[in-house]
Design a protein around this ligand. Structure first.
Ligand SMILES: NC(=O)c1ccc[n+]([C@@H]2O[C@H](COP(=O)([O-])OP(=O)(O)OC[C@H]3O[C@@H](n4cnc5c(N)ncnc54)[C@H](OP(=O)(O)O)[C@@H]3O)[C@@H](O)[C@H]2O)c1
Length: 370
């Protein structure tokens, strides 16, 4: 088994390599952004044949035949010799490699959610045409992937949300440190902010639609602070079928790397006698406005999701640079999406244009323009 790992220096990429080492999986491609120090260590350990970084100057520093930029990502996403392409690049940089991997008919372990959020219709159509297979790493979707082996389709699927760091109330002034300390998951900065605003869950609603061809009205969200139940099928007769595991991303990552086999537990196994309580709360869009945005995205033509993805990227960056306060993130997204004319983008280039438009419009609002 040979894999190519895009986003190898990130939280998910590093866990993928940990499992690859444990399971003696050969790593033939590594792609990083700007964390060259970490990449060098990974290269030393795994001796991949293909290496890519974000910038040309970093490629030159590392050595000869090092790929870079979009072409680098494209090469790593389409390696003929790779049995599995892992896409753990964060943000909109993940759209292009996901698109190229499906066009090349690869089996893909997909962590990046922005690609399906922005370009779900196009990517799933290319996957179908080229016989590509997408196996989600995202814990809720990985869990749904496993539930979908059940012979009947559900009336509804429920994905759970931990509720983020402010479930029990927000401090008067929300600091970056408050937002970045997620109660359950250790994740990269961007997704941690998205989890606090619940935009992460809004994106996951859209991701579920595309991965499992679900009608928008069949997808709902439930707040579950313990993050032990990841997803639930609600059947026609009212029965609920849930998937549970200890909240550790090593579990879905190993599932995807070994699929269709299963390996020894990569982390703690869930001991139900030790779980003192499992709580569930309604996740109303009134209380969590990001969920309202999620339901609007999933039931609208895809141009809205691409636009919002760009706007959210810009707003999160501005928040991390202290140019925008926490509550401002959702306000900016609502403001950008209010003046949108909906349509179905016809190409990946159009998707990128929409993402950029979302970024630019958000930037203007953040800077106080119109
Ligand atoms: N963490 C989780 O628990 C989790 C769960 C479900 C889904 N996801 C999704 O998985 C993806 C990765 O999440 P993460 O938490 O691992 O994020 P992360 O720790 O921030 O890692 C992101 C990775 O992408 C690379 N990267 C970023 N921009 C790039 C660019 N323009 N070109 C090339 N490489 C680039 C980074 O490289 P450098 O660091 O070298 O710059 C890093 O390797 C995200 O889309 C996230 O939504 C994460």
């Amino acid at each position: 088994m040979k894999i190519s790992v895009l986003g190898s220096t990130g939280v998910i990429g590093s866990l993928v390599l940990e499992i690859a080492e444990k399971e003696k999986i050969e790593v033939i491609g590594l792609s990083a952004g700007r964390n060259i120090k970490k990449l060098r260590k990974q290269v030393k350990k795994f001796s991949p044949q293909y290496i890519s970084v974000k910038r040309k100057e970093d490629a030159e520093k590392i050595g000869k035949n090092i790929l870079w930029g979009k072409e680098g990502l494209k090469t790593l996403a389409t390696l003929k010799k790779a049995d599995l392409i892992v896409i753990a690049v964060s943000g909109t940089a993940g759209i292009l490699p996901t698109y190229e991997a499906v066009r090349a008919g690869k089996r893909i372990a997909l962590a990046n959610k922005e690609s399906l959020v922005s370009a779900g219709a196009i990517i799933m159509e290319e996957a179908r045409k080229n016989g590509a297979e997408i196996i989600p790493i995202d814990s809720e979707h990985n869990s749904l992937f496993q539930l979908f082996f059940y012979p009947e389709r559900p009336e509804k699927v429920i994905i759970t949300a931990s509720g983020g760091p402010f479930l029990k109330g927000k401090p008067e002034k929300i600091r970056i440190e408050d937002v970045l300390s997620h109660p359950v998951w250790h994740m990269g900065q961007k997704i941690t902010v998205d989890s606090a605003t619940l935009m992460n869950k809004a994106f996951e609603i859209v991701e579920a639609r595309w991965l499992f061809s679900l009608e928008p009205e069949r997808i709902s969200v439930l707040i579950h602070p313990q993050s032990i139940v990841h997803s639930i099928f609600k059947m026609k007769d009212g029965a609920l079928i849930a998937h549970m595991s200890y909240p550790d991303m090593r579990i879905p990552i190993q599932y995807v790397l070994l699929y269709p086999k299963r390996g020894e537990p990569p982390s703690m196994t869930l001991d139900l006698t030790q779980v003192r309580k499992l709580e569930f709360y309604a996740a109303s869009p009134e209380k969590f406005p990001a969920l309202g945005i999620g339901y609007k995205m999933v039931s609208s033509p895809s141009s809205l999701s691409a636009l919002i993805n760009g706007a959210n990227d810009e707003a999160v960056e501005a928040f991390l640079k202290k140019k925008l306060d926490f509550e401002g993130i959702i306000d900016v997204i609502i403001n950008v999406s209010n003046k949108h004319r909906f349509y179905e983008p016809a190409s990946i280039e159009e998707v990128y244009q929409l993402v950029n438009e979302g970024r630019q419009r958000a930037e203007k609002i953040i800077e106080g323009g119109k």
